[in-house]
Design a protein around this ligand. Structure first.
Ligand code: AMP
Length: 176
């Protein structure tokens, strides 16, 4: 069990008003990453009950999701798979686009990143409107992966992003 609590993590998150634009309160996780105890505790909390179950890959979403997913994969002695922004992965990919407030975004995964039926844990730092995670789910579904859980360090509950994530189990360490 981790000696770090969700409240410890919450205390380590820095709220930056009006970044990257007016009206957005940015949840800055760098103070958590910069504290070895909090960083390790955050990874343990994200792994949660899955330390004891078979996970074939931990999938992280570009870019801050990589930090937690790579660390969790190492701890679980399993594979790490990146979902990247369009145009970054060199081999054959599947792509998925989703709408932003202005315009759209496209993310991609290597077509051979996980085998059909693979048990995957999908991680990102933060759930806001859910568009990014929903697109990641669509990519993993195309590959035939079994999504064991979608984990977030932070959930902005007032944006109701969960509603976009279908029936997949979702777990967040801290909710605002
Ligand atoms: P969304 O697709 O709206 O759920 O946005 C989630 C992605 O945007 C995550 O990968 C976050 O890293 C980033 N993000 C959105 N809102 C914030 C915020 N207030 N603070 C920090 N990161 C955010």
């Amino acid at each position: 069990m981790s000696s770090v609590s969700a409240d410890d993590i919450r205390a380590g998150i820095r709220n930056v008003p009006d970044f990257p634009k007016p009206g957005i309160q940015f949840k800055d996780i760098t103070p958590v990453l910069g504290d070895a105890r909090l960083f390790a505790g955050a990874v343990e909390l994200l792994i949660g009950p899955h330390a004891a179950s078979r996970i074939d890959a931990v999938v992280g979403i570009d870019a801050r999701g990589f930090i937690f997913a790579a660390a969790a994969a190492q701890k679980l002695h399993t594979a790490f798979v990146p979902i990247r922004k369009k145009g970054k992965l060199p081999h054959t990919t599947f792509e998925e686009s989703y709408d932003l407030e202005y315009g759209s975004n496209t993310i991609a995964i290597h077509a051979d990143a996980v085998r059909p039926g693979a048990r995957v844990l999908l991680l990102d730092d933060l759930l806001a409107t859910g568009g990014t995670a929903a697109a990641a789910i669509a990519l993993l579904t195309k590959l035939g992966a079994h999504i064991v859980e979608i984990g977030f360090l932070i959930e902005l509950g007032f944006l109701n992003g969960r509603a976009k994530l279908g029936s997949h189990p979702v777990r967040s360490i801290i909710t605002y």
